[in-house]
Design a protein around this ligand. Structure first.
Ligand code: DP6
Length: 338
């Protein structure tokens, strides 16, 4: 029997992926780029077993271990992923999996990014597919096919892009710069740790119903090279403006698709305005961005993080802040969960 444990970070997209070119292979319509997050991680141990069924338990933030039941899209994706890895490995062994998440799940903090990156890695290793784990672009394809394409960006550390490509081979992630390149900070402002009302997967499927989707895709194509250049040149004013604009552009698509998706809450808007005030009134460069959830990610430079933090803590909607710096990508650890 073989056992492996992988620790993977979550990530925050600066240019977001919204809408799929291929629903079966989870190929995105546009390139995306993100920063990995030091304080939002998942650890997963997988061990092949001789039993008659898979034994999967997950420990979400603040909860006890729970058995995974096939009652959600994510659970179905997990079982499909196990089947796929088993098939590639030509194995008929079942698997025992334990997974621990250290931050609130499903609230726009990309918990599935760290979750599916760690799970895919641990499964590939437990089934002896070390070559697929060691080849990071192949590992990222395997993560994308798990159903959570944004998770593919967690294969690497630092600043990472997911190339949309136009087929399974050309849709993979690569590193733009490592975690030591730039001391940016993501302050995640938690206003609501309830589960999001519509999972991203349903949202992606309906994205084409927005009349603005194609304009967004064209716009991202034009802006994308500038954004990569801003990361490489550590040009925060240019990058920050693009981060905020891209979040608004993705939410414009979400709001105008059918059915309409409004992930923001009053607290989200309040934080957007606070961040604008930080720039306009106090000259502090900070920018907000939102995934498919109400919680804000406020991106700033490390030298300004304390000031941004104390300003945000005056916002009555914010329950807590999670401080993140860029960190390393998914990697093997030797402390197993069982
Ligand atoms: C809005 O299908 O990758 O976070 O629901 O987290 O599995 P999960 O997400 P996925 O789409 C999320 C897209 C996004 C933007 C982004 O991270 O690129």
């Amino acid at each position: 029997m073989s056992k492996a444990t992988v620790k993977a970070p979550s990530n925050i997209a600066f240019i977001k992926y919204w809408g799929r070119a291929d629903q079966r292979l989870f190929i995105p319509l546009n390139n995306s780029v993100s920063m990995t997050l030091s304080s939002c991680t998942t650890v997963t141990t997988a061990e092949t077993i001789k039993g008659s069924s898979d034994d999967i338990q997950i420990k979400f933030y603040g909860k006890n271990y729970q058995k995974l039941k096939a009652d959600s899209k994510k659970a179905i994706n997990t079982f499909n992923l196990i089947q796929r890895v088993r098939k590639i490995a030509k194995s008929n062994l079942h698997v025992r999996i334990r997974s621990v998440n250290n931050f609130p799940a499903d609230a726009g903090i990309a918990s599935s990014a760290s979750g599916f990156a760690a799970l895919t890695g641990a499964l590939l290793l437990a089934y002896g597919l070390h070559d697929k784990f060691d080849d990071k672009s192949e590992y990222s394809r395997q993560i994308r096919m798990s159903g959570s394409a944004s998770a593919a960006r967690s294969a690497y550390g630092g600043f990472v892009e997911l190339l949309a490509g136009d087929n399974n081979q050309s849709s993979f992630t690569r590193q733009v710069a490592d975690e030591h390149h730039w001391d940016l900070v993501d302050l995640i402002a938690i206003i609501d740790i309830q589960k999001k009302h519509t999972p991203s997967s349903e949202g992606h499927e309906a994205a084409r119903s927005s009349p603005f989707l194609n304009s967004r895709i064209d716009d991202v194509k034009k802006r994308y090279p500038k954004i990569i250049k801003a990361i490489i040149n550590r040009d925060f004013c240019s990058l920050g403006a693009e981060i905020e604009r891209d979040s608004l552009s993705m939410h414009a698509v979400m709001l105008t698709q059918s059915p309409s998706l409004m992930y923001w809450e009053p607290g989200s808007i309040s934080i957007m305005k606070d961040v604008i005030a930080l720039r306009d009134k106090y000259g502090i460069q900070a920018f907000s961005t939102f995934d498919a959830g109400a919680n804000a990610h406020v991106i700033c430079q490390k030298k300004d993080a304390k000031k941004v933090q104390s300003h945000l803590l005056n916002n009555k909607y914010i329950k807590s802040l999670i401080y993140n710096e860029p960190t390393s990508g998914a990697h093997i650890i030797h402390e197993h969960l069982f």
